[in-house]
Design a protein around this ligand. Structure first.
Ligand code: NAP
Length: 255
């Protein structure tokens, strides 16, 4: 029988980006409840401090660090902070992303293209690089990238965002192949539409809402906490033989 204590993260050090709200917050709180020390990152320190306080109240341990993952110097500084506090990552949940333009691909301004790729692709990649270096030094680790179903099947009005998420999927598979022999697993979760600030352009627009729900067998959007199980599974000892996988969690929309 499988040892279910594999879901015990006691002693593990996890970094969750975009942890001040939405999916990242739900993942960070769950990891902390299960025993991990969680380093939580996002741009605004005030909201991170609120999440850290909530985690402490729930009996967990969280360390808030401000970091804009679209800025390589801030990612470097984040890892310097992690190292200077004596931590070395066991788990990275690469989650902070942006989608600054919703509309036809022919109208995407270059600033929006650049920002999307700076945060969602280069930022994810740099985070993986820094995290993997720490994990290589300890001969093991676990990376979970939050991708999207838009990276598997592009969605109109979000073509550039989907291109970035397709890059995250390729990044996940490529890194899994390189890092698997060194004991580091790299997987991704591909959510469908989740009710967060990020998705308001879809969830708060009645016409788009009707269209998406019509294509979704479960006929509803996900709550952020419904993505947590997939992340915990991939980050935990429950999935020790799984790497390079894209775990779709989309209410059946891509079925
Ligand atoms: N919601 C959906 O329908 C959906 C579907 C598929 C995939 N996803 C993916 O799920 C992930 C989380 O999205 P969410 O829906 O939970 O979004 P959300 O609720 O809007 O949260 C986004 C988080 O990312 C942080 N963030 C944004 N830009 C950042 C940057 N440049 N540097 C550092 N942190 C940044 C935000 O905090 P600050 O503003 O303080 O930086 C916040 O903590 C993203 O990768 C997204 O692509 C979402």
């Amino acid at each position: 029988m499988k040892d279910l204590s594999a879901l015990d993260f006691t002693g593990k050090i996890a970094l969750v980006t975009g942890a001040s709200r939405g999916i990242g917050e739900a993942v960070a709180r769950s990891l902390a409840v299960l025993g991990a020390t969680v380093i939580i990152a996002a741009r605004k320190i005030e909201t991170l401090e609120q999440v850290a306080a909530a985690i402490e109240k729930e009996g967990g341990k969280a360390i808030p660090v401000a970091c804009n993952t679209g800025r390589p110097d801030e990612i470097e500084a984040l890892f310097e902070t992690i190292g200077s506090r004596g931590y070395s990552l066991d788990i990275l949940v690469n989650n902070a992303a942006t989608n600054p333009f919703y509309g036809p691909a022919v109208d995407v301004p270059q600033w929006a293209f650049d920002k999307t790729f700076e945060v969602n692709v280069k930022g994810y990649f740099l985070m993986c690089q820094y995290a993997a270096k720490q994990m290589l030094a300890k001969n093991g680790g676990n990376i979970v990238n939050i991708a999207s179903v838009a990276g598997l099947s592009p969605i109109p009005q979000q073509v550039v965002y989907g291109m970035g998420k397709a890059a995250v999927i390729a990044m996940t598979r490529g890194l899994a192949k390189e890092l698997g022999p060194k004991g580091i697993r790299v997987n991704a979760v591909a959510p469908g539409v989740v009710e967060t600030k990020f998705a308001e352009a879809m969830t708060k627009n009645e016409e788009i809402q009707r269209m998406i729900l019509g294509m979704t067998p479960l006929r509803r959007f996900a709550g952020p906490e419904e993505i947590v199980g997939s992340v915990l599974y991939l980050a935990s000892g429950l999935s020790t033989y799984t790497t390079g996988t894209i775990l779709v969690c989309d209410g059946g929309i891509s079925s």
